[in-house]
Each structure stands twice: as structure tokens, then as C-alpha cells.
Design a protein around this ligand. Sequence first.
Ligand SMILES: *Cc1c(COP(=O)(O)O)cnc(C)c1O
Ligand SMILES: [Zn+2]
Length: 403
Amino acid sequence: MNKEKLVCTNCGESYDKETKNFRCDKCGEPIELEEVKEGKISDGNPLGQTLLERYKDFYPSLSTENNFSLNEGFTSLVSVDDMAKEYGISGLFFKNETQNPTWSFKDRGTVTGVLRAMNLGYKKIGTVSTGNMATSVAAYGARAGLDTYILVKKGIAEEKLKPIAIYGAKLIEVEGDYSKLYDESLAIGHENDIYFINSDVPYRVEGYKTMAFEICEQLGFEAPDYVIVPTSAGGDIRGIEKGFREFYKLGLIDKLPKMVAVQASGCSPIYNAFREGKLEISRVADPETIAHAIENPYPPSGNQVLRMLKKNGGLALGVDDVDILKSQKKLASLGLFVQPASATSLAAVEKLYKEKLLKESDNVVCVLTGSGLKYTAALDEHDLDVYTCKLEELNDFIKKVGN
Ligand SMILES: *Cc1c(COP(=O)(O)O)cnc(C)c1O
Ligand SMILES: [Zn+2]
């Protein structure tokens, strides 16, 4: 088991498992861990297990001794039959990742990333982010007692900044070209012994496999037909797809779901390339969308997502802000308040339905990536009813509102 290697997702170059590289020296594309070829789900009660205990066999090269879990994962899969009927499909499910310790799926990859950093002997970790990943790394850095560096874009809203700062990380607003910060941080990390757990680094992607594992367990090992993933850097969708693939190759499920990468039309480099049949993304010049959490104009795993979709038979979609906001409201009407980026998943179902791509027998899973409370400014975009009335008039008023 210890022979596990990392391989380049593009040229196949292989790297020793001790490598500190995140990307391929030869072609610059992301490297990832080889598929796990043997293993099973651990015995025992998931209510008493951490993710890494339950899916231990799928992480042969991570030592789980330093346990600083915040009990991430094991989120619910909400089935909505009425809405499935509306779209003429067999089942529609929402994987509610807002239930994670810092309210987004990022925690699944942060825990494996931090563990990796500790296994390599690092005392310092960091990340580059403007939102959910920053909060997640700040929280786990605090929990694990590591020196934590969070690099954000200069000028992000206080609403986002303060919830990162509360965890006590070294929070640095960086002025300048934000798009250069991903590569720059990896170089600075090498020089200063800081392990940067950015959006699509190999051990972060590995952590995201657990979402696929849980979905399989929750659906009684009947893999869904489609899994729709709001996509920015591309780390999440890569990890989820890899998780399904590993379960499939081990015979735990008997088909692979088609993966759907959904982006906001105002910033859709992966969708643009997919639509034009290209295998390489181009930078989006002026990104503009309400879905800020997926607004990466030049995603570091963009090319790999395109390669993966081609092999998987999946597709990429773009949805515009009007439809994103409609979907946000529609999800809230089910009791699920998510941020605009996450609402793209339901907008994608609507689009697949309108384009008649869904079949009666299809089961569709939407990943609700993060909580609506992360971005309350988006609430200004909705017409929300709030009434006022005097206490003496309340009895009559309630009768009126009820009609
Ligand atoms: C990070 C994030 C995404 C995109 O994930 P990638 O791994 O960057 O593709 C989607 N939605 C939310 C809420 C996120 O925080
Ligand atoms: Zn390569």
C-alpha cells in the first residue's frame, strides 16, 4: 500500500508519494494520487466515526494519528419527490454541504490537506481564497494548533473578512494581481515552509472523494445518473468523480454517474471551452456574477475538468444570474438556504430539463456547496415580504394575511 504514487493528470509523469509538488514539473498540470485499488468501508457506526476512520482504506498514504477532526462530512442527502415529479425524473436529491463545520464542503478537503501538511512535518499552513476556503483553513489551522496564513484579495467585504479573522489566523489582504497569487503562494510556501492547501492541490481533492462515498451509502449503493457540481477551480468535481470511480472499480457500485460542472455565465471558462469542443480553457476577461464563490476566471484545474468530463461522458453548463437567484429562492422554499454559487446546481437541473436531456428513470444529485448566510448581501436581490403591525391589531392582521 505504501507504494502509492502521484501521477500527472495530463502527461502521466509519476511522482513519489513523498513529493511536495502540487503540479507537474513537466507540463504544469495538476498531479493527483493514483486510484485506490483495494479496500472497503470500515465496520462500525458512522455516528461514532470520523470520515477518515470510516473511509480509512481510501487514504492509504495519510497517517491519521493527529486527529483534529471537527467531524466534517456525513451531511444529509435531502430527497424532494415533488420537485422530481415536476422535472419528470425518478429522484432529485440535495447533498446539503452547508452542514459542515464551517458551512461549506471545503472542510472535507481541508482536513486531508492539513493532515498531509502535518505528516510532512510542516508547522505552518496557508491558503489563497476570498471566502469559504479561507474560513475553513483558518478554522482547522486553529484546531490543529498550526501557524496559519490566509491570503485574500485586497478590498473584500467586511462581511467576509471578519468571519475569517475570528479564528485567529494571520490574515493578509494582498494588493495587486489576484490571479497571480495561486502560483505565487506555492512558491512563497516552498521558501518559507508554509504548506499551501489551495483549491485543487492533491490532498484537498482527495478529501472531496468522501462526498461521493457518502452519496453511494445514502442511496443504498445505487449510483445516481447525474451529479451536478457548482465548479470554480475544479477541485471539488475532480474529487467527487474520483470517489465514484474508486467505488466503481472496487465493485461497490455498478455504474458511474455523469458529472455536470455548472458555472455562472458571467464567469464560465470551463463551460466556454466545453461548448466549443476545446480541451484547454481560456482566461475570462471580465468576470461578473452574483455567484462570487465560483468566480475564478482561470481555474487551475480547468483543463483537467475538461479531460475528466470527456472520459466520464459528463457535461458543462452555464447558468445566468437571474436563474441563479430564482433557484436560490426555490431552494429556500424547500427550507434550504444556500449561497448563490450553490444555487447554480438547481438552475442546471432546470436547464437539463428544458433541453430535454433528463429521462424518466434518472436520479439526479445536486451538491449544495455552501450556506446562504455566508453572503447575506445577495438577499438584497430578492423581493422579501416583511409585515409590521401594532400589537392591538395583530389578531385582525393575522386573519387578513392568512387570506
Ligand atoms: C469553493 C466553492 C465552489 C467551487 O469549488 P471548486 O473546488 O473551486 O471547483 C463552489 N461553491 C462554493 C460555495 C464554494 O465555496
Ligand atoms: Zn505532466
